[in-house]
Ligand binder design. Sequence first.
Ligand SMILES: NC(=O)c1ccc[n+]([C@@H]2O[C@H](COP(=O)([O-])OP(=O)(O)OC[C@H]3O[C@@H](n4cnc5c(N)ncnc54)[C@H](OP(=O)(O)O)[C@@H]3O)[C@@H](O)[C@H]2O)c1
Length: 296
Amino acid sequence: MKLLITGSKGQLGNELLTILKNGRAEIGAIHEAYKGAEVIGVDVDELDITDTAAVYAMVQKERPDVILNCAAMTNVDGCETMLETAMKVNAIGPRNLAAAATAVGAKLIHVSTDYVFAGNGTSPYCEWEPCAPNTVYGKSKRLGEEYVLAQCPRSFVVRTAWLYGYVGHNFVKTMRKLGAERERLTVVCDQRGNPTSANDLAYHMLKLVLTDEYGVYHCTNEGECSWYDFACRIMEKSGLSCEVAPCTTAEYPSKTPRPAYSSLQNLSLACTVGNEMRPWEEALDMYLENLGGMDQ
Ligand SMILES: NC(=O)c1ccc[n+]([C@@H]2O[C@H](COP(=O)([O-])OP(=O)(O)OC[C@H]3O[C@@H](n4cnc5c(N)ncnc54)[C@H](OP(=O)(O)O)[C@@H]3O)[C@@H](O)[C@H]2O)c1
């Protein structure tokens, strides 16, 4: 089996590479089918997914069985001002990969976001819920989903949220840094979602691509919380005494509107390969333990 991972230096791409190398994720071993698999990891310096000709050339040359697209423009505020880049990376790039995958008969698994929803829900969004993104990031990611589904019949679109992995930047690392520097922090308590381990997500992606269960999936850790709850647990489990105070979005406005409620339900996973996503607290605790080990 040959796998092509795009955006391989990002949080999720790195997790996929690590799991494939070790033959196991934090929640368990991956399938035997991956033993001896050829894994090609490329990031923007080796393959810019917005370069249509380059994408075709690499896919034609390598003829992978599966393409795992982890490349994206994830800077939500940046997308608001850099419309062209957001469109290219989050919509045209996935379109290029979808068309190239179809040309060689490869499967494509593409990763998307809770931002495709309006974010004003009151109960977790299932995969069948209508999309209504209200940020450039969300709109560009939604168009990317549509292109992938329309142009690659053997595709999976997997939406996730509040992601953290071992490389790169994320909320957990930011909180730990600030928590070590400051005595008090304020964190918004009126935005709810699902903190998600990139390792758990990568494990489920590798389960999905061995099947022909094409379509749209939600894949987040189980349970939901506010950013405030998330920050409190990070401080507690990191042994940091920094006080976390709750505040509202109105008190702490961001440049780009953030969803007030964008919790996802892993319904398609439960109906197909099985939903093994851990409760978010359990996944976070293990991540913090491992991060602690890396600091030493
Ligand atoms: N992070 C989250 O909280 C979150 C939440 C929901 C959904 N998601 C989705 O989950 C997926 C993985 O996110 P992540 O957190 O792993 O993202 P990430 O850490 O930002 O990684 C994305 C990678 O893609 C690379 N990239 C950017 N433009 C590219 C291009 N034109 N061609 C090839 N590679 C390019 C980036 O390189 P540079 O760093 O050099 O730009 C980076 O290495 C994305 O689809 C994202 O939309 C993420």
